[in-house]
Design a protein around this ligand. Structure first.
Ligand code: SAM
Length: 287
């Protein structure tokens, strides 16, 4: 009998060889119903190139290979890759790649592609950020996420879920909730429910801002103290009180608003006025 408490190659302490690996977020879809629903949401045809992140035991992979022009499935777990490669033999349009999806060189893919994935929870946010960075290459993303994370992605101002993640995705893309998935649809059963989102990159960012670096710097600083009033959060982040006062006044934003109540358009206004303020200071002119 293997000792459960010992770590063997490819497993972490407490994981048994051949069993789902908790540390890799392995929760496999059971039955074909949810997989088919995800695939219908992704709207796959023969002209499509698909990138799947974390194919696992192939719940989505082989159905997609039947429908798509091509499928590249990126899986980090060596044991799973071995068995997937054997099963992929009848599908010349399916490539199984053993790699970390966070490190994978997507820019080498020659066509624009659709992403379809039941994402491992532990890296779902960094993967989303990575895919947003690649938005020029991505036609759409149909991704299953932890329900709480999905809520944050689609949240609007005035909601407790609204924050950096909402703005970071919605600035570059339009996310919509496709459907929710009960935790009971997986083996092993995770501690949380899931949601499938469809995310379509925008052709143009949601709000025209004069300096994106300054826009993101401002929002990051403000959300660092998200429960504080805007004036206080920006002042704690190092902006001069006089600057904040003038910039918020010019932007028509009440200094006692909280960062979580400021819309993307309002952040745009504040960032543009901050830039104007700094330029006028440099020129020695009145703001
Ligand atoms: N697609 C399968 C399904 O729906 O049943 C499996 C989904 S499971 C939630 C996530 C999969 O992602 C696992 O197979 C896991 O090994 C894989 N994975 C975890 N971390 C990864 C990474 N950094 N890069 C690529 N795959 C990863």
């Amino acid at each position: 009998m293997p000792d459960d408490s010992e770590k063997t190659e490819g497993t972490e302490k407490g994981e048994r060889p051949g069993r789902p690996k908790k540390h890799l977020g392995q929760h496999f879809l059971q039955g074909g119903g949810i997989a088919s629903k995800i695939i219908r949401t992704a709207d796959i045809g023969k002209d499509d190139a698909i990138v799947e992140i974390g194919p696992g035991r192939g719940a989505l992979t082989f159905q997609m290979a039947e429908l798509a022009g091509s499928v590249i499935a990126i899986e980090i777990d060596h044991d799973i890759v071995e068995s997937l490669k054997e099963r992929a033999a009848p599908y010349p349009n399916l490539t199984i790649v053993e790699a970390d999806a966070l490190q994978f060189p997507y820019y080498k893919i020659e066509t624009r592609f659709k992403v379809v994935a039941n994402l491992p929870y532990y890296i779902s946010t960094p993967i989303l950020f990575r895919l947003i960075e690649l938005r020029g290459m991505v036609v759409s993303m149909t991704v299953m996420l932890q329900k709480e994370v999905a809520k944050r992605v689609v949240a609007s101002p005035d909601s407790k879920d609204y924050g950096m993640l909402s703005i970071a995705v919605q600035f570059y893309a339009i996310p919509t909730i496709a459907f929710n998935v009960s935790r009971k649809s997986f083996y092993p059963v995770p501690e949380v429910d899931s949601t499938v989102l469809k995310i379509i990159p925008r052709e143009k960012v949601a709000v025209d801002v004069r300096n994106e670096g300054l826009f993101w710097g401002l929002i990051k600083s403000a959300f660092y103290y998200r429960r504080k009033m805007l004036f206080n959060s920006l002042s704690l982040s190092g902006y001069k009180k006089e600057t904040i006062k003038s910039v918020l006044e010019r932007s028509g934003i009440a200094p006692n608003k909280r960062p979580e109540d400021v819309s993307m358009e309002e952040w745009g206004k504040i960032a543009d006025n901050l830039m104007e303020f700094m330029a006028s200071q440099q020129r020695g002119m009145k703001f």
